[in-house]
Design a binder for this molecule. Sequence first.
Ligand code: MF3
Ligand code: CO
Length: 399
Amino acid sequence: MADEQSATKKKCMGSDCDNDAGSLQCPTCLKLGIKDSFFCSQDCFKKNWVTCPRRKAGETRTNCLTRPHTSLCTSSETYNPFPTFPYTGPLRPVYPLSEHRTLPKSIPHPVWWQDGNPKYSRSLINRNKIEILDAAGQQAMRKSCKLAREILDIAAAAAKPGVTTDEIDRIVHEACIERKSYPSPLNYNHFPKSCCTSPNEVICHGIPDKRPLVDGDILNIDISIYHEGYHADLNETYYIGDKASADPENVRVVEAARECLEESIKAVKPGVLFREFGNIIEKHAKKKNCSVIRTYCGHGINKLFHCPPNVPHYAKNKAVGECKPGMTFTIEPMIALGKYRDVTWPDNWTSTTIDGKRTAQFEHTLLVTETGVEILTARTANSPGGPVSLPTVENGASA
Ligand code: MF3
Ligand code: CO
């Protein structure tokens, strides 16, 4: 009786509802012994119950349908979508992901933009044959790769403590539109965002989410674009804030990855076998007491996002083919402080180290020339990031 009287003065629990509460009580709350979950109508109840992100994530509803629910379950509320997953390190996904982003129809879209399926027409697929681009194709790759470099540099300049990786994704998406380019990852095999952001123990394919970057993080930003029919692909790992580059372990893995890519690129010229790059990369990684990730490889890239050759980064691999002038492909070594083995999160994308230790990656799109190589995604004088030296004991240690 007392309950019913106070209920009549109450407001509906609906988060956007200003109606007085009716006599409808949330049955789940009642079972839990919560007696003040009143709604104005069945409709309002349904709407609020079903839209609760924590409920969708399978969390308990003890708090979810009580008064704090309305403030906890607004769009600014974040949650771990896989609360029972045995994460290998400290990083967690921070959901909800932002809304799906779109592009003007006037920008050419790759085949997967709608159904997520990168199936190409017969004419584009040359199974196992490595494409050799003519002068016009090479020029188109130069243009696409130059734009991709600009976009990576814009993204990197925004990567600071407190900024979410979703905000970086928004900046990348806008920068793509400004350059009449489609962000190749968007809906590629259903990847939900416009770039990959991979912090700390994430090897690659991290999904931009609501986690704000922390001073001391290392972050890989991986940009791929589709411009006038040609894909470009590059990535770099950045030190976030002042603390990251003061940590010798961060510097060891990031600089090892940077040098592995540089050393392997030095070897690119006509006649060199694609299986050779892994030998160079693993040798350098070992020298820095690091391991080489084996699951993900470099790849051919042109009118297709991923095509032959396959370019493993580990030693004694059996990759097929040799460099010839006009070929375009990526080298993108992923280097880890601990074990080389990887574990993928239940989002089916985020790849992490099995031991939760940190990992770093660098990637360029390359063109084989008559005499050597052209780095199509090369840094410019103004590119953010770049090598740092290992902190000395003096300035690395605290007093
Ligand atoms: N550089 C990455 C790669 O070649 C880009 C991945 S985009 C994604 O694998 F959509 F596949 F995540
Ligand atoms: Co790539």
